[in-house]
Ligand binder design. Structure first.
Ligand code: AMP
Ligand code: ZN
Length: 466
């Protein structure tokens, strides 16, 4: 089967062709996802990045690929500013919490894993390397770059000279010609070019860091970007298939990963770059630094389950920006619980309907159209031609792509309206989320034909007998 993915490198949706085609065995795919900086709880925007990575993995598995998946843990070197200046986020957290940076990293790494498990992210076989376990590998790449004369030394570190990498800016076709120092990566008098970035930082004199290592350049710690090159190439090879992250990584972090990796190996680093759109809140990007973030625990305190949130995420394609509101989450919760309830009532022992399975899978294979797969499930529920048992078998098969069936998920509310009506209403919710107003109106009419009115309220849809 063919898979199409939007590749930031070319700006186009392209057929996915794996690097390692295997004539006899299964085809392989290598995927690397930039992981969390473990100085605080992941917020629900960060978690969108990993539900997206999970959808990609589930699709690849369903399409018969053997998946090698790596999600790194950034536990050192991510400074508060992209300008390679300011404090290391880990050291900052250490002061905030009066614990060692190592303890901070351990605590928030565990919190991250817990969140992934709560969200039913498939971590089977996934490798989660920590940056601090790969210092030697990072130093080796910097040494190689140094030998190739792609680096220079300043008073605070070893920098990559981007003027010596002609392809700099190729990801997302960023025009760097007009960039002035301070505009993009802050003022640093010693840098040769505004886009140059730190590969290795020297420990500041007089500051006792918890995390620092001996190196050919003295005591210090790696710059943030180099860890991703070191760990991805260590596990997936010098060239690999897919690399993902949030769209905020396009202009700096991923550009730098390409420059230092391709500068070191002379080979293409990554074939498909994919970027997840932001989770916004009140019109701004949800960000730890902005203090406008919500965690999964906050959602739980307000009696939303992580799976309600997963349903909310899957209702939009990964590349569409999402606005978080409590009303939208509530609508997702209602839909998810009704879906769960309807499926639980169906008997087991049926067989998968090939046409519906194909519809959902081909939607996912079309640049991860999760809303289409959700809509297909609701369509199955109201298809009278399908036996209840076959409905269940087909929905559960489709759910291998969506990951909504979680063993310990709360039981389901009693249906107050007939199943056919609630199925239509749920499809309408998806249509409205996608701003497909004409489909939404059609569905309202279909609901009316079954004797029910639908009203849109701040709590989501209300369905009443006519
Ligand atoms: P960080 O922990 O800041 O290193 O980010 C972890 C991942 O979350 C990265 O892939 C970021 O690009 C992504 N990310 C950060 N903020 C958001 C957001 N508001 N919406 C979606 N993804 C985000
Ligand atoms: Zn990264």
């Amino acid at each position: 089967m063919k898979i199409y993915l939007h590749n930031t490198l070319t700006g186009k949706k392209e057929e996915f062709v794996p690097l390692k085609k295997s004539l006899f065995g299964r085809p392989k795919v290598g995927m690397y996802h930039c992981g969390p900086t473990v100085y605080n709880y992941p917020h629900i925007g960060n978690l969108r990045a990993y539900v997206f990575a999970d959808s990609l993995k589930r699709l690849m598995k369903a399409a018969g690929y053997k998946v090698a998946q790596v999600i790194n843990i950034t536990d050192v070197g991510h400074l508060v500013s992209d300008a390679d200046s300011g404090e290391d986020k880990m050291e900052k957290a250490k002061k905030r919490e009066q614990k060692s940076a190592w303890d901070i990293a351990k605590f928030y790494t565990e919190a991250f894993f817990e969140n992934l498990s709560d969200l039913n992210v498939d971590t089977e076989g996934t490798i989660f390397p920590r940056a601090t376990d790969f210092i030697k590998e990072q130093i080796a790449i910097v040494r190689l770059l140094e030998k190739k004369s792609l680096t220079y030394r300043t008073s605070d570190g070893i920098y990559f000279d981007t003027s010596k990498f002609p392809d700099y800016g190729k990801l997302g076709h960023i025009d760097l010609s007009g960039i002035r120092e301070g505009e993009r990566i802050g003022v640093n008098e010693e840098k040769r070019n505004p886009t140059d970035f730190a590969l290795w930082k020297f420990s500041p004199a007089g500051e006792k860091r918890d995390m620092e290592w001996e190196s050919p350049w003295g005591k210090g710690f790696p710059g943030w970007h180099i860890e991703c090159s070191a760990m991805s190439m260590r596990y997936l090879g010098e060239t690999f298939d897919i690399h993902t992250g949030g769209i905020d990584h396009i202009p700096v972090h991923h550009q730098n990963e390409i420059a230092q990796s391709e500068g070191a190996t002379g080979k293409q680093f990554v074939r498909y770059w994919m970027h997840v759109a932001f989770m916004n809140i009140a019109g701004a990007k949800m960000a730890k630094s902005e203090g406008n973030f919500l965690t999964l625990d906050v959602l739980k305190e307000k009696s939303f389950s992580p799976m309600d949130y997963r349903y909310f995420l899957l209702g939009a394609r990964y590349s569409t920006p999402l606005s978080f509101t409590w009303e939208a989450l509530e609508a997702a919760r209602n839909a998810y619980r009704r879906l769960n309830g309807a499926v639980c009532k169906l008997p087991s022992g049926g067989k998968v309907d090939a046409a519906y399975w194909d519809k959902a899978l081909s939607g996912l294979a079309d640049d991860l159209d999760t809303p289409k797969a959700l809509a297909t499930i609701w369509e199955i529920l109201r298809d009278d031609k399908l036996s209840p048992a076959d409905k269940k078998a087909t929905i559960l098969k489709i759910d291998s792509l969506l990951g909504l069936a979680k063993a310990d998920e709360a039981p389901v509310e009693e249906e107050k309206v007939p199943e056919a009506v609630s199925a239509l209403a749920q499809e309408r919710e998806v249509a409205r989320r996608n701003k497909n107003w004409s489909r939404s109106d059609e569905l309202r009419n279909e609901i009316a034909k079954l004797g029910y009115d639908v009203k849109d309220t701040s709590d989501g849809q209300r369905i009443m007998k006519r």
